[in-house]
Write a protein that binds this ligand. Structure first.
Ligand code: PLP
Length: 391
């Protein structure tokens, strides 16, 4: 059976050049980058080369990036690292961290944990397209606010937040700004030398690199507490033996992503425009998220009278991989917190599905998938009492 992968926001295939770059670091140059002998020095050279590749992708100095085990750790480190600089008892009652209701669980659950420790968190609502309100952000900041954490682009609906404006507001109030750019990298040019961003999280497996590696950008003068205590790696900010092959892979993936950015964006834009246009041919279909301020690879639709999970299963049986919510929550049958935050009813939310396309997606694949999607929706509607009663 033909297999079509349309879940690039969950993970991407590792680029063959990335695999090639990683191979020597498993069993040839396998030394610990912290060791001072030749084996160690060679591994360290590779790590530092990767740091240069990552940082030049964002036009900043290498020492502003530290390596982590992925986007989740980078988010945890940014939020807890800043929060732990002051204990709640030493802070006022205003919000210590301001975030949004549509963040990835790596941010939201970290905030929940910090709340349980006594920190005060403000969760900004979003409008029906997924954008935060900048006036509301300004009004929410108090003298107790240490950090604003708003994602660059949402992983479910693809809405792109106005990060430059958010950063300017944060800095005007002397507040640090963190953004989770896990989904934005490779789809939006990000020049950190020009943007008012203090901390930024990235993940390798969303940009054709290996899983289990990521990085946190931090401006040079910023201080934060480490999450892990140990051997003081990464200038004491992230202890733990460095994952040399993974880091080398992330470096190469960033280099390729930078080189291909224009091409990737225009290719993805063309294909998602076409896909969206064709999906609108289906009766009672609605695009979730923002009509224009959206990631070029995100196609998030709701189809009246169907259940996203049922459509997901039918497509899966036919070899087509998509998502209903975010990958991390796809096993839970509850409406996505992001879709509910847009003001959708639970019924509308569960009738939604997400296609995310990537470098390997072709127009032929889209043309193959479209009639199967249409047929499956027709079938589900034909057995849906909800759809019949609406007719
Ligand atoms: C926006 C966002 N943040 C963080 C993460 C977590 O990244 P990782 O899988 O590298 O831990 C993801 C992964 O889906 C994501 O989409």
């Amino acid at each position: 059976m033909k297999q079509v992968y349309m879940d690039y926001a969950a993970s991407t295939p590792v680029d063959s050049d990335v695999i090639k770059s990683m191979m020597p670091y498993f069993s040839k140059t396998y030394g610990n980058p912290s060791s001072t002998h030749k084996h160690g020095r060679l591994a360290l050279q590779a790590v530092e080369h990767a740091r240069k590749q990552v940082s030049s992708c964002f036009n900043v100095d290498p020492e502003t990036f530290l390596f982590t085990s992925g986007g989740t750790e980078a988010d945890n480190l940014a939020l807890k690292g800043i929060a732990f600089q002051h204990l709640p008892k030493d802070l006022g009652k205003g919000p210590h961290i301001i975030t949004s209701t549509i963040e990835h669980p790596a941010v939201l659950q970290t905030c929940k944990q910090l709340e349980a420790y006594g920190y005060s968190i403000a969760y900004l609502p979003v409008d029906e397209t997924g954008l935060i309100d900048l006036d509301q952000l300004k009004e929410t900041i108090t003298e107790d606010t240490q950090l604003i954490s708003i994602m660059y682009a949402n992983n479910e609906i693809g809405t792109i937040e106005p990060v430059e404006k958010i950063g300017n507001i944060a800095h005007k109030h002397n507040v640090l700004f963190h953004t989770d750019a896990v989904q934005a990298v490779g789809k939006i040019p990000i020049d950190l030398s020009k943007l008012p961003i203090d901390l930024l999280s990235i993940s390798s497996h969303k940009i054709y690199g290996p899983k289990g590696v990521g990085a946190l950008y931090h401006t040079k003068d910023i201080t934060f507490d480490p999450l892990f205590q140990g051997g003081g790696h990464e200038q004491g900010k992230r202890s733990g033996t460095l994952n040399t092959p993974g880091i080398v892979g992330l470096g190469k993936a960033c280099e390729l992503s930078q080189k291909r950015l224009k091409k990737d964006i225009s290719q993805l834009e063309q294909m998602s425009d076409y896909f969206i246009k064709r999906l609108f041919e289906i009766e009672s279909s609605t695009l979730n998220g923002h009509p224009t301020k959206r990631l070029v690879n995100n196609i998030h639709f709701r189809f009246k009278g169907i259940e996203g999970n049922a459509l997901h299963s039918l497509l899966d049986e036919k070899g087509i991989s998509i998502a209903t919510g975010s990958a991390c929550s796809s096993k839970k049958i509850q409406a996505s917190h992001v879709l509910l935050a847009l003001g959708l009813t639970p019924e509308e939310a569960i009738s939604s599905i997400r296609f995310t396309i990537g470098r390997l997606t072709t127009k032929e694949e889209i043309d193959y998938v479209l009639p199967i999607v249409k047929e499956s929706i027709n079938h589900l509607r034909s057995i849906s009492p909800l759809w019949k009663s609406n007719k």
